[in-house]
Every structure is written in C-alpha cells, then in structure tokens.
Design a protein around this ligand. Sequence first.
Ligand SMILES: [Zn+2]
Ligand SMILES: [Zn+2]
Length: 134
Amino acid sequence: MEVKNCKGCGRLFNYLGGPPLCPACVANLENKFIEVKTYIRENPSATIQQISEDNDVSTKQLKQWIREERLSFTDDSPIGIECENCGAMIKTGRFCDACKAQLQNHIQSAIDKPKKVEPKKQTRDKERMRFLES
Ligand SMILES: [Zn+2]
Ligand SMILES: [Zn+2]
C-alpha cells in the first residue's frame, strides 16, 4: 500500500488514489462543499471573492469545483470562469458551448483518422546526434 502526506493537513495516510487527501480532510472538504452550495443558493449574487471569504475556502478550490461542474450558477450571478480554450466567460465546466462543440468534432475526426506513428528510427538518430554533439 502507498503512503502519502496529506495535502491538506500534512499527516501520513494510506493513499488509495484520487486527490492526495486523508479521509479526514476529504470529509472536511465535502462539508465545505455543502456549506458553499447552501451559501450560493442563499446568496445567488455573491462573487467568488465573497464566497471564498465568507466560507473560508480558497478561490482555487471554488474554481476547481466549478471546473468539475459540481458548482453551477444562475445566469444573473456575477460568477464566471474562463473557457480553457478561448477565454470566454462560462458558468461551469471547462469550455464554452462553442468550444465544446468544436472539441467534439475534433475527437470525432481523431477517431476517424488513424493516428500517425512517428518513425522510430528517426528519433533514435536524433538522440545519437545529440549524444555526439555533447
Ligand atoms: Zn489531511
Ligand atoms: Zn471557448
């Protein structure tokens, strides 16, 4: 079994996969999440900064929940995060609708076309060259 330092409290724990947090910190985070969700329901116009301060949660954590689509906001909420592709403001997830559609096409065409395999010999030669140069 793998033993890791918890990213939240620094204690050693038996790591079973997922985020490097001990069971206690995972439970804490889950409580926080419920707290934040309730807070957002009661304060639909709160900004990320406000939520972070009032609930003692980092904005980084909040954004992560938004990326994971665990938190979502109403249309009149000032909260938004940038689309990871084009930077447009979105309410949840990682990409805006346009980029999501584009990405879907991308994935589709990647499936259709067979992957190009780099010839192995070429890389070997390049490595040898680097070896000779150094
Ligand atoms: Zn911990
Ligand atoms: Zn986009």
